[in-house]
Design a protein around this ligand. Structure first.
Ligand code: AMP
Length: 585
């Protein structure tokens, strides 16, 4: 904690922050007041995310403003106004209706960041179907598992991704009726259809049906330490959190150009790469290309980005590149920089002040919370290394579990415990799809237990300590060790596998597998490379291990569970802790 706080000087504000006084906003907070800032569907027909994000701006006379500014990989710039987005998403909603896809049915995407994807998300929400994004760097196995578990009816993807990652496993997905190809002009057998043809044939008029705020809207998969990936269910009411955090945390003002660098395959890419900025009527910048330090700095300059939301891995890569962005680029339009997804080291916060001319505002949330829960706000002092304070309307605490249904709240500042949130905020996940038991386990009494360990200081700032489980965070993405272990176990030479996250300076943690071979297999460099390739082919680059180490055997509990905690302690040369349950301990 020994870093100097970064104080804010109101005389230097170019725009008055939406949250000038944190304590006052907390004291006066009401979700009803937030609801009144949104429009609701005309004629009291409920609350629909897509209406709040797009149509209401058109209905209120702001249809000509640029909603989406898309930069293609090749550098072409294309603008879509709020009216364009309304019409295009209406076409997608009509297309679904024409295909017989209705309320609650799941529409998945596996796509790069292209305009069609954004229209598909919004059109799906308008039709009251449920949108579920997948990350395009997943391999065939994680994709098939999620399509199956999420009961996918429609998949929006490209020809290349379909052929490479889905086609071979489609026979095992009988519910997946339609594949809509974003880059094909002709239909193909097996209901592999041209999205552009279908869109052209669909009407631009669509009336959003009555939407109960509790209607399911989004499904986001996240990894567990055991078992299958978990599908976190979110409802239309989540738009209240998206809007509120867009206002208080991102500090969006209508004239802003906003850039969220997250991919739509992850929850940040949907909540903050689409919904939150659009609910504020800003211009939302989307870059199809992936990280490249000079390109990103050029985007900030040329697109005159005012508010930038990115991730620690990207910030660390910029730091490593040696580039001092503001010496080379005009960043005078940049007002705020935010970061999420993994711990943001204090050095990075302070680097921002020097290299960007602005400190980096860290914030914390998870797939399950649907939106930002703890944050550093523009008008509030930053304590480098802290995630900030809970959003007005959110109660966060450090707790200790006493039993399955009870926790004790830690009153003393500086004590480590599990980070918990008092349940009931609008974007709280409503279920893990098809897994009621796992969902219930996340709660104890009034509290949702996040699975993170943290501390709270005397002034209510929260400090991240680590995960309470074995989940791996690599480049800001969750990887479940079980998923990786299961894939490697399918190789004929492998007897047992234990997978851990090994700390790595740039990407936070890298996926490392310890492999015990069958008695007839021989450890060799060739086999190690073969296993790396085998896992990569199945799992894709986002999930596959980067390191494999052969071991004679793995530490196990007496009940036969591999002790990943011990593998990690050994890898890091740390004390092994309690080994009383170790098989041969
Ligand atoms: P996901 O559900 O993939 O968004 O991952 C959520 C998890 O990422 C949290 O439970 C944390 O472990 C981690 N995380 C997110 N934001 C932060 C942050 N600002 N600092 C530290 N860890 C974070």
């Amino acid at each position: 904690m020994g870093w100097q706080p970064i104080r804010k000087d109101p005389s230097r504000w170019r725009v008055a922050p939406n949250l000038p006084d944190y304590h006052q906003a907390r004291a006066e907070f009401s979700w009803n007041a937030v609801r009144r800032e949104l429009s609701g569907l005309p004629d009291g027909r409920g609350l629909n995310i897509a209406y709040e994000a797009v149509d209401r701006h058109v209905d209120q006379g702001r249809g000509d403003r640029v909603a989406l500014r898309w930069l293609s990989k090749e550098g072409q710039v294309e603008d879509f106004s709020y009216t364009d987005l309304r019409d295009r998403s209406n076409r997608f909603a009509n297309l679904l209706r024409n295909l017989g896809i209705g309320k609650g049915e799941r529409v998945f995407s596996l796509s790069s960041r292209i305009p069609e994807l954004y229209c598909a998300v919004l059109g799906t929400l308008k039709n009251l179907s449920v949108f579920c994004p997948l990350f395009s760097a997943f391999g065939p196995e994680p994709i098939a598992q999620r399509l199956e578990r999420g009961d996918a009816r429609v998949l929006v993807t490209s020809e290349r991704l379909y052929r490479k990652k889905v086609q071979a496993l489609r026979h095992a997905l009988p519910q997946l009726e339609y594949i809509l190809l974003t880059d094909s002009t002709a239909d193909q057998p097996d209901n592999v259809l041209s999205l552009s043809r279908l869109l052209q044939e669909s009407e631009t008029q669509f009336s959003i049906p009555q939407t109960d705020p509790e209607d399911m809207a989004l499904l986001h998969f996240t990894s567990g330490t055991t078992g299958k990936p978990k599908g976190a269910v979110h409802v239309h009411n989540a738009v209240m959190t998206h809007y509120l955090t867009g206002k208080y945390v991102l500090d969006l003002h209508p004239e802003d150009i906003f850039w969220c660098t997250a991919d739509c395959g992850w929850v940040t890419g949907t909540s903050y790469g689409i919904i939150a900025p659009l609910t504020h009527g800003v211009t939302n910048l989307v870059d199809e290309a992936d990280f490249e330090s000079e390109r990103w700095c050029r985007n900030l300059e040329e697109q005159r980005v005012n508010v930038w939301y990115t991730a620690p891995t990207a910030i660390r890569m910029l730091m490593r590149s040696g580039l001092k962005p503001r010496e080379k680029y005009d960043l005078s339009h940049l007002r705020l920089v935010h970061s999420v997804g993994e711990p943001l080291n204090p050095e990075a916060v302070v680097w921002g002040v020097e290299a960007l001319g602005l400190p980096i505002h860290d914030n914390w949330w998870q797939t399950e919370t649907g939106g930002i829960m703890i944050a550093n706000y523009p008008a509030m002092e930053i304590r480098p290394g802290s995630m900030g304070r809970p959003l007005p309307g959110i109660e966060a605490a450090i707790v200790h579990r006493i039993s399955e249904s009870e926790v004790e709240v830690e009153d003393h500042p500086g004590c480590e415990g599990e980070l918990a949130l008092r349940q009931g905020w609008p974007s709280m996940f409503r279920a893990y799809l098809h897994d009621e038991q796992r969902y219930r386990k996340c709660f104890a009494g009034d509290w949702y237990i996040t699975g993170d360990l943290a501390e709270r200081d005397a002034d209510g700032y929260f400090w991240f300590v680590g995960r309470a489980d074995d989940i791996i965070k690599t480049s800001g993405h969750m990887v479940g060790p079980f998923e990786v272990e299961s894939a490697l176990m399918e190789h004929p030479a492998v007897a047992e596998v234990g997978v851990i996250g090994k700390p790595e300076e740039m990407i936070g943690e890298l996926v490392k597998a310890f492999v015990a071979l069958k008695s007839d297999a021989v450890a060799s460099e060739e086999l190690r490379l073969e296993l790396l390739g085998f896992a990569r082919k199945k799992l894709g680059s986002a999930v596959a291990p980067k390191e494999i180490e052969f071991v004679a055997n793995l530490p196990k509990t007496r009940s036969g569970k591999i002790m990943r905690r011990l593998l990690k302690a050994r890898e890091l040369g740390l004390p092994e802790g309690d080994t009383s349950t170790l098989e041969n301990g």
